[in-house]
Design a protein. Sequence first.
Length: 235
Amino acid sequence: MAEKILVVEDELSLVETLAYNLKRQGYEVEIATDGPTALEAASESKPDLILLDIMLPGMDGFEVCRKLRQEMSTPVLMLTARDDEIDRVVGLEVGADDYLTKPFSMRELLARVKALLRRVRILREEFDRTALPASNQLLTFGNLVLDPIRREVRVDQQPLALKPKEYDLLLYLAQHRGQLLSREAILERVWGWDFVGDSRTVDVHVRWLREKIEPDPANPIRIVTVRGAGYRFEG
């Protein structure tokens, strides 16, 4: 079955170009030209990947991405017309998986699309391959409990709402308790070896996790920063 890509873009000439080239690669393409329509289309069609422009009528791409992340973990490649660091950082903050600055070459966009979709397949296959029986599977660290089978996290016996990538990161850290993990190693394992973003992605997700699992996020005792080297999970 062809993988489905939702293109959210209001520049019609670019929409036509994207749709043409994506279809040539064998992808199924759906189009949305404004924010509200994008949210509706994503909910109904369950795409495998979303190409999301920042500047949209009705609702900008940042807000669309933020709302998408409340409902689904579909990878999002954000498109921005400005080579502005703040746009890239905000995009990561609201849950985008990658970003691409306009104007871009179609070859690069197709490479990013292929990389994101490959990463999703690898993670799914690896999870299926490494899943263990439910017995002795819980990872317990005081009041913090991870259940890899159910992909659930509890703090003080209360379920914790984590974004998919936050969960993947926490599980990886917990499985390597006490080990120093570089940002590069974390990117390769959690985001995939072909991830084309940078290490700030790790820092952003660590900050989100600390806000949810640390008694005092400003003075973390579970996910500890090793200056200049990476992070270590102390449990």
